[in-house]
Design a protein around this ligand. Structure first.
Ligand code: SAM
Length: 388
């Protein structure tokens, strides 16, 4: 039994979302008696379609597991929606992984504090400055500072560097530094950071606890809400294909993410990490992870959705396919080569997205790099509800 996309989302999802009158879209399922299988039907709310007894059925459920033609239609719809909102422009940011110390102990992450095999580092300020001053690719409009949860690196490295570059450079500045004291969020913002990347990993409280995700889910949520409330452009995300993850947990996570007034959201495939308790688990299915990318785009069209480099660990085409499934942010890794291997989320041998690889992927996806910062673009959207 297959699922078929009858009307494209593109027929319904128009750039009216850029104005203050979003055209709400309802996506429903019905049995296609003629075809003898279930059919996904999208229609504008208030339309005339009848017989939607299963209207409440969650389209995301079959989208996440779609294969074959249904999957191709799903990705094509997501790509079209992205084009309608953002054109063929892909945002390009650079990431500098400034430290791999971490006080958390997430069971999926190679940087967990109990991974004694890892050589820990904090970059020197001058090293970070050199990257920014001497090797910033021209396509980069945004800089992201990422680290394990390490308040020392935050205070002593990231804060002073951001204070300097915010005055000197025209760059969107984001950070991904974990759940920390609210005062530190305020200080980062005062220094000039505008985007905060803080993933939920999973929105299921029990799974969150079992996987030893950062702190407690409630605290992570509270941090996200604080950041949103205080004017940050917040991007969150989750891991797809975690051991024993159910479709219900994924749907619940998607619902929770949608409730958070985010600017963006990512989905990363679960990769069993070396030196972690989950090292012998199965890695996520790439196609399903890409389906999740498409679902993010279709359910929240204005979100900035990154293509994550881990997709290329599943298959060398993963990154490009994510851009074709609705993603619209690419990341160039700017961490100096000497330290990259130690910033180990999965394994020492990483798939590094260089400028050349990123530009090639964008071209292969039929797109161009955006001249605009993703933070500036997101901030220009009106605060209206997205369709599901
Ligand atoms: N300390 C920051 C925080 O708490 O948000 C940065 C987080 S971590 C260094 C970066 C991200 O890598 C995590 O949020 C998680 O989503 C992802 N990650 C880590 N290990 C992973 C794995 N084995 N599979 C998939 N994603 C993983």
């Amino acid at each position: 039994m297959g699922w078929e996309l009858l009307m494209s989302y593109g027929d319904l999802v128009r750039p009216t979302w850029l104005c203050r009158q979003p055209q709400r879209v309802q996506t429903v399922f019905r049995k296609s008696h003629a075809a003898g299988h279930n059919t996904v039907v999208s229609k504008a709310r208030g339309g005339e379609e009848e017989g939607f007894a299963e209207a409440k059925a969650d389209w995301r459920r079959s989208a996440l597991t779609a294969g074959g033609q249904a999957q191709a239609a799903l990705w094509a719809s997501a790509e079209r929606v992205r084009e309608q909102i953002f054109g063929q422009r892909i945002f390009v940011r650079g990431v500098i992984e400034v430290a791999n110390f971490c006080r958390q102990n997430c069971s999926y992450c190679g940087m967990r504090r109990e991974n004694d095999a890892l050589r820990r580092f904090r970059l020197a300020r001058e090293v970070i400055r050199r990257v920014i001053d001497e090797s910033l690719p021209p396509s980069v409009t945004d800089l992201n500072f990422q680290a394990g949860e390490d308040p020392v690196a935050l205070r002593e490295l990231v804060l002073p560097v951001i204070e300097e570059i915010a005055k000197e450079k025209r760059l969107g500045i984001s950070v991904c530094l974990g759940t920390v004291d609210h005062r530190l969020y305020d200080e980062l913002q005062q220094a000039g950071a505008r985007g905060y990347i803080i993933k939920l990993e999973t929105g299921d409280p029990e799974q969150y606890r079992l996987l030893q995700c950062p702190g407690r889910l409630e605290r992570r949520l509270e941090a996200i809400r604080y950041l949103v409330r205080t004017g940050w452009c917040v991007s969150s995300g989750f891991i797809y294909g975690l051991p024993n993850q159910t479709l219900d947990q994924v749907i619940g996570t998607l619902d929770l993410l949608r409730s958070l007034s985010l600017c963006g959201c990512s989905v990363s495939p679960f990769i069993p990490g070396e030196g972690t308790p989950l090292s012998s688990e199965k890695r996520a299915d790439l196609d399903q992870t890409l389906n999740a990318v498409a679902v993010l785009r279709l359910s929240s069209p204005r979100w900035v959705v990154p293509a994550v480099s881990a997709l290329n660990l599943c298959d060398s085409s993963g990154y490009v396919r994510a851009l074709r499934a609705g993603a619209n942010l690419a990341t160039i890794n700017l961490t100096p080569g000497e330290w990259r291997g130690d910033y180990q989320l999965y394994r020492r041998k990483r798939w590094i997205m260089t400028e050349e690889r990123v530009l090639q992927a964008i071209e292969q996806a039929g797109c161009q790099p955006s001249p605009q910062s993703w933070i500036a673009a997101s901030s220009s959207f009106p605060p209206s509800a997205d369709p599901i």
